[in-house]
Design a protein around this ligand. Structure first.
Ligand code: SAM
Ligand code: SF4
Length: 345
């Protein structure tokens, strides 16, 4: 017998049932499938990270089971992330299993955020399994700077991955963290590069998550300031696009491409938030910027059935905080102690 529960999501076609205590409906689940990564981006991880013992990490079967319960509760979109999702052994099996919810119509979208290093090998298979778009993180076009920012990464590999994804028919969106000291001057070039190739690009403000080796204060770059500068030579028109997340989108008339701004530090996006996050250890976080947590692994490993998982998820979602509490201040401790690679960006 397959170790997976191959059944469709229970109650999959009903209206969203996951409503938090403030009336926001939760329709988007991000799943961190591993805390491990083949890169060590300076803003994300410390150089020498201690990764989780394997026993604490959900198996692929457990990830499938919890995700499937979420789909049954009305989640319409799942994004796999990490750590680096494509370094998790067997991740394609998980994607194949989850893709049954695309085929059944229970899920509108299954997607992933990746650093792109393994994308050249996986892109055709991802496309075959029904993945339509991927977000690829790339903060610079300078191979030396890329190597320094990722502590050893090979930019050419990532760019080959992006090209392979495009050839496989996947829409690619580039994610770039805006870093005051390192890539601020390069941002227009990065945008132009992405738009020339038909990719959207989203800029992200650094968020104070987890202890890293350097002080993020020096690197914080306000995207309000970036936008103002871009507007001095480009025409940016707001797009009425809301993904229920922190991104706001514009179209750049001169390049004809789409540009997003993720501004958790300067813009409060929480009132329309539709998402929750599952860590690779089975912890449900209903807010990226708060410490709230519900342990779904405990429910699962105590032999809990789907009803027990539904009750635990519902209880966690009901207490979803009103909003985050991110602050960047000199000498301030990270607002949230867990790393982005644990929660899943
Ligand atoms: N490894 C994959 C990747 O890099 O795309 C997926 C996980 S990564 C944690 C997801 C996104 O979070 C990436 O775009 C990364 O740049 C971003 N990120 C990581 N740490 C961050 C931080 N402290 N502030 C803002 N964005 C961060
Ligand atoms: Fe790895 Fe992504 Fe974090 Fe970079 S941002 S260290 S690629 S998880």
């Amino acid at each position: 017998m397959s170790p997976y529960d191959s059944s469709p999501a229970p109650q999959s076609r009903r209206a969203p049932a996951l409503i938090d205590g403030l009336g926001r409906s939760v329709s988007y689940l991000r799943v961190s499938v591993t805390d491990r990564c083949d890169l060590r981006c300076v803003y994300c991880m410390a150089e020498h990270m201690t990764f989780l013992p394997k026993a604490q990490v959900l198996t692929l079967e457990e990830l499938d089971r919890i995700a499937t319960v979420f789909v049954g509760l009305g989640v319409r979109k799942i994004r796999l992330t990490g750590g680096e999702p494509l370094v998790r052994k067997g991740v394609m099996t998980l994607i194949e299993r989850l893709s049954r919810h695309l085929a059944s119509g229970a899920l509108d979208e299954l997607t992933l955020t990746t650093n792109g290093t393994q994308l050249a090998a996986f892109a055709p298979e991802l496309a075959r399994l029904g993945i339509r778009r991927v977000n690829v993180s790339m903060d610079t076009l300078d191979p030396d700077l890329f190597k320094r920012l990722t502590r050893g990464g090979d930019l050419a590999k990532v760019q080959a991955g992006i090209e392979a994804a495009r050839e496989a028919g996947l829409a690619v969106k580039i994610n770039a963290v805006a870093l005051a000291r390192d890539n601020a001057a390069e941002i227009p070039t990065l945008i132009q590069w992405a738009h020339d190739r038909g990719h959207g690009i989203t800029l992200i403000e650094t968020m104070p998550m987890g202890e890293i080796d350097e002080d993020r204060t020096d690197q914080f770059l306000s995207l309000a300031d970036v936008r103002q500068e871009l507007e001095s030579y480009w025409t940016l028109s707001d797009l009425p696009l809301s993904t229920g997340g922190p991104a706001r989108y514009v179209e750049v008339a001169e390049t004809g491409g789409r540009l997003g701004f993720i501004t958790p530090m300067t813009h409060n996006f929480c009132e329309g938030c539709n998402r929750v996050r599952l860590t690779c250890t089975g912890t449900l976080h209903t807010c990226l910027g708060q410490e709230d947590a519900t342990d779904l692994r405990a429910v699962l490993r105590a032999g809990g059935d789907d009803a027990a998982l539904v009750a635990a998820i519902d209880g966690g979602v009901r207490t979803k905080p009103k909003g985050h509490d991110f602050r960047i201040g000199r000498g301030a401790a990270p607002s949230v102690s867990r790393h982005m690679s644990t929660t899943g960006g």
